[in-house]
Write a protein that binds this ligand. Structure first.
Ligand SMILES: O=C(O)CCC(=O)C(=O)O
Ligand SMILES: [Fe+2]
Length: 280
């Protein structure tokens, strides 16, 4: 018993972060995909005008819904979390017009990033494409406002458990053998809080099991994380952040003037040495 307890003391995994202002570079994205950088924060990566228009399109989007899967938030798009691939990909298909409505006739910054990444990977004989099946294919992103009311507006979690448990009909579980990258664009941020917090800990399957979070990776308790160092990314509208989603991360409570914290998010990673998949 004592040994089992001891073995569940969360191990510290060092994090390497990079923060700078300007345009995101494809080489930096590839560094995160390869696990060379744990967290990349690019400030002012897309224009405030574009950010504002996307936020307006989110607020008046006819596809805006309340999440009903135990993770509090409002969203446009589809999430593979706690769904099998058939359900997720069918939902992706039906949500597509609403995801497209987020960008209307604007130049979609998420698509622009994927187009550039696709060109570079193609040169290296690596294919980049959405996860798919006969039921449909993933959208480029989903849009979410987290609405947790405790210490975190999104509780600490990892993004790998949901990949491992995506189901036998899914293409994405092999990505869990490599870095599962979360790609985040922030069109709107409150004046205070809403930091993306990343802890120096990459839970193993047995860590998750010890917390009863085997299939979801959500939510890790404050007690479990207590002794672990962490890093906060202080985000502003127009920023982009990429993280290794295998590390525990969450979003701190937001405060301020009522501006929403709006996120455009998707995940990507190597399924094979010659194939990078993305999904939402
Ligand atoms: O909102 C954020 O900054 C992080 C989002 C996140 O961790 C997720 O969607 O899994
Ligand atoms: Fe996450």
């Amino acid at each position: 018993m004592a040994t089992a307890q001891l073995s569940q003391v969360p191990a510290i995994s060092l994090i390497t972060t990079k923060e700078r202002t300007g345009s995101i570079r494809i080489g930096e994205i590839i560094s995160v995909l390869k696990g060379e950088i744990t967290g990349l924060h690019i400030k002012q990566a897309f224009s405030p005008e574009l950010a504002e228009e996307i936020t307006t399109n989110f607020k008046r989007n006819p596809g805006l819904k309340e999440r009903k899967d135990g993770v509090p938030g409002q969203y446009v798009g589809a999430s593979h979390y706690s769904r099998n691939a058939a359900t997720y990909l069918a939902e992706s298909e039906s949500a597509r017009p609403f995801v497209e409505a987020l960008f209307a006739d604007l130049v979609d910054p998420v698509r622009a990033l994927f187009d550039a990444l696709k060109r570079e990977l193609h040169k290296q004989e690596i294919e980049l494409r959405p996860a798919r099946s006969e039921h449909g294919q993933a959208n480029l992103c989903r849009a979410i406002c987290w609405s947790g009311t405790g210490m975190y507006s999104l509780e600490p979690h990892d993004d790998v458990a949901q990949v491992l448990w995506a189901g036998k009909d899914s293409e994405i579980p092999p990505v869990a053998n490599n870095t599962v990258v979360a790609l985040n664009f922030y069109p709107s941020m409150p004046d205070e809080g809403g930091n993306l917090r990343i802890w120096s800990h990459k839970p193993t399957e047995s860590d998750r099991k010890s917390q009863g979070l085997e299939t979801t990776g959500y939510p890790f308790s404050t007690a479990y994380l207590e002794d672990l160092p962490y890093h906060d990314f202080q985000l502003k509208a127009g920023d982009i952040a990429l993280i290794d989603g295998g590390y525990v991360h969450g979003v701190t409570r937001q405060a301020g003037n009522g501006k929403p914290r709006l996120l455009l998010n998707c995940f990507l990673g190597f399924a094979r040495p010659d194939l990078v998949l993305w999904w939402t």
